[in-house]
Design a protein around this ligand. Structure first.
Ligand code: LMR
Length: 435
């Protein structure tokens, strides 16, 4: 929808969100002069009462694009507890997604809305953050969400201001970032994207839930996550993740292929370090059918060289084939990463996530975001796995990816509040997609 159309919608809105009241799951009201769209499906129940219609109306004179606006059918009011099928539902959660008009989100949002991530009893509100440039596309995304009639999707709002969109977010999936352009130095990329994540960290700190879980996907994701958490001092640093689950999935696939087993037989795979070409896919602790990988795949040269490099550079090979970055598999891995936090980790297994290193038991430098093995009870939190082993090969590889992250950190000191940036990045510092 064009900006002019948006203005003609004249959103004379009274909007109130009362916290969980008695038996109501969530309650939100919005009023508009334009006719309200009709529900498309009986599963969605509109319960705008005459009492509500008499509520005070305020004129919103702000640019509607600055405010996250409920979209279409999602502007209707629902009494979730009025329907038999919703009586067992949990309290609605707010999921903010940046880069919401992009390819990764286009896969992810529909998975979130379907219930496959948070489960069939978890209603959700999607708060979509785009940019001025992508606003029309964002509306297109919202339209497709409308047309999908997801029962669990109770609210969708779109906006371009992180301070508005991140309001009360329980989850923030930070996908939007600038790709490295031609001739752009890595330091420039760190700076440009770092500024986005510094701003989003501040916004989360100001308006998100105090226990918001943050998943940074936009590259360079580890350092972006570090910048984000440094700018959000009121949110536990432990709540910030950078996505390395895609790398874990890639590693599992390659090990399965080599061993001639289906990939569900591969477990205990850790990705250590940075989501970059220095990442370390750990074959020392990994298992196939419960047996250490090195006992199943005896070709150590293959493990150390071909396997490791394949995982490190998979993103780049994919870009060559597709002409763009991985999107569907990234979205799937975001789903996996979230599910690993909201469901208990299978006994004896673990998952990889790049998290804050403070107090880590492996001797990895403190105060960076580093992919490590985690376990969760399914409460959104995690603990680092202690029973892992190291050998000289693994230690030396971990040192290299650690050095890279420490250099990235020095390069963004101006964005983390740690003084003047000094950019002495190692020459081989590259994203998986850069070859
Ligand atoms: C990936 O791993 O597929 C992406 O992070 C690649 C990239 O560099 O964008």
């Amino acid at each position: 929808m064009a900006v002019a159309d948006l203005h003609t919608k004249i959103n004379l809105q009274y909007s109130s969100r009362l916290s969980y009241v008695s038996n109501r799951l969530s309650y939100s009201r919005r009023f508009s002069l334009r006719p309200l769209p009709q529900p498309h499906n009986s599963r969605i129940c509109c319960s705008v009462t005459s009492k509500e219609v008499q509520a005070p109306v305020t004129v919103n004179t702000e640019d509607p694009k600055k405010k996250p606006d409920c979209y279409g059918v999602f502007c209707l009011t629902y009494d979730l507890m009025a329907e038999e099928e919703t009586k067992s539902w949990k309290k609605m959660i707010n999921i903010a997604v940046s880069g919401a008009a992009g390819m990764i989100s286009n896969h992810l949002l529909f998975k979130l809305a379907s219930g496959e991530v948070f489960g069939p009893e978890q209603p959700i509100a999607l708060k979509l953050l785009g940019s001025e440039r992508s606003f029309q596309a964002l509306e297109g995304v919202a339209m497709e969400l409308e047309d999908s009639l997801f029962p669990l999707l109770r609210e969708v709002s779109i906006g371009i201001d992180a301070y508005e969109v991140f309001q009360d977010a329980d989850w923030a999936l930070l996908i939007g970032a600038k790709p490295r352009g031609p001739g752009m130095e890595r330091a420039d990329l760190l700076d440009i994207n770092g500024q986005i994540f510094a701003e989003q960290g501040k916004a989360l700190n100001a308006v998100a839930s105090r226990n918001v879980k943050v998943m940074v996907v936009g590259n360079p994701c580890n350092t972006n996550a570090l910048i984000c958490l440094k700018n959000a001092p009121d949110i536990p640093a432990k709540n910030f993740h950078a996505l390395t689950r895609l790398d874990e999935n890639r590693a599992k696939c390659q090990l399965a292929l080599k061993a001639g087993v289906f990939y569900d037989q591969v477990s205990n795979v850790t990705i250590w370090g940075n989501h970059s070409t220095t990442q370390v896919p750990d074959f020392l602790n990994a298992k196939i059918n419960g047996i250490p990988v090195k006992e199943v795949i005896k070709d150590t040269k293959w493990l150390e060289e071909e396997f490791t490099e394949k995982v490190q550079k998979r993103g780049g090979v994919l870009i060559k084939k597709w002409g763009r970055s991985s999107a569907a598999s990234t979205a799937v891995s975001i789903v996996d990463a979230i599910r690993s936090l909201v469901t208990p980790t299978p006994h004896g297994d673990w998952f990889s996530s790049a998290v804050y290193t403070a107090g880590n038991p492996y001797g990895i430098a403190e105060d960076i975001v580093f992919s490590m093995p985690c376990r969760s009870k399914g409460d959104g939190d995690y603990e680092l796995v202690k029973d892992v082993i190291f050998d000289d090969y693994l230690r030396s590889r971990i040192k290299k990816t650690e050095a890279e992250l420490l250099a990235e950190k020095r390069c963004v000191a101006h964005l983390t509040g740690e003084g003047i940036a000094v950019c002495d990045l190692p020459g081989d510092t590259m994203l998986p997609g850069e070859m």
